[in-house]
Design a protein around this ligand. Structure first.
Ligand code: ADP
Ligand code: 5GP
Length: 191
């Protein structure tokens, strides 16, 4: 089983890229994260997220149920260990940067890729055009994005999501190299 961690700022296109990866690689499954954020319209509990109350999230955190977790724009997000343990095939984690750092330690064999926007303006435009977040939420996410963009240098693998088709191809190629691990050193390895 391989674990692929896809990280980068909100609105950069992580979800879109992963959707296309899963179409081309049905042997991959997306890890369903837990969050205390309110469901967006159309989101389904257990499919898009495990939507937990603040109390339930804290309880599971104290019980050691999370592989990683982070506070992001006022809400908690985390990957439940059971998501990784129950994975039969390959698994994709779509998480923010702080969580990716934790996975780097907890699961050094996982391959990580940072998705970068073509520009700051493009990132803002995508968050606005997506129409999922209120203006103040978008501002919070953009403030956080400034720190997250600095983290790009921590990642050996970066895909710039300018042209969607090309970016999808790069992600699919990366997934293909994971299958021949001799060509890809894990995150924890020194090159
Ligand atoms: P994330 O999962 O990183 O928060 P999304 O996948 O939801 O981001 O993408 C944010 C918005 O940007 C969506 O409306 C999506 O359709 C759009 N988008 C994604 N990739 C591109 C791209 N390469 N060019 C233009 N728009 C894009
Ligand atoms: P959204 O509210 O847009 O669904 O997600 C906000 C941010 O949280 C995104 O950057 C997303 O990748 C990240 N995220 C989603 N699930 C997890 C998770 O399980 N752990 C961490 N650390 N971040 C997550």
């Amino acid at each position: 089983m391989s674990v692929l961690v896809v990280t980068g700022p909100s609105g950069v296109g992580k979800g879109t890229l992963i959707k296309h990866l899963l179409e081309r690689r049905p042997d991959y499954r997306l890890s369903v994260s837990a969050t205390t954020r309110e469901p967006r319209s159309g989101e389904v509990d257990g499919r898009d997220y495990h939507f937990l109350s603040e109390q339930e999230f804290e309880r599971r955190l104290a019980a050691g149920d999370f592989l990683e977790h982070a506070l992001y724009a006022g809400n908690h997000y985390g990957t439940l260990k059971e998501e990784v343990e129950r994975a039969a095939g390959n698994l994709v984690l779509e998480i923010e940067v702080e969580g990716a750092r934790q996975v780097r330690k907890a699961l050094p064999e996982a391959i990580q890729v940072f998705i970068a926007p073509p520009s700051d303006a493009a990132l803002r435009e995508r968050l606005v055009r997506r129409q999922t977040d209120a203006p103040e939420v978008i501002e919070r996410r953009l403030a956080r994005a400034r720190e997250e963009l600095d983290a790009r240098k921590e990642f050996k693998r970066v895909i710039v999501n300018d042209d969607l088709e090309r970016a999808v191809d790069e992600l699919v190629e990366l997934a293909a190299t994971i299958d021949s691990p001799s060509h890809v050193p894990p995150e924890g390895a020194h090159e």
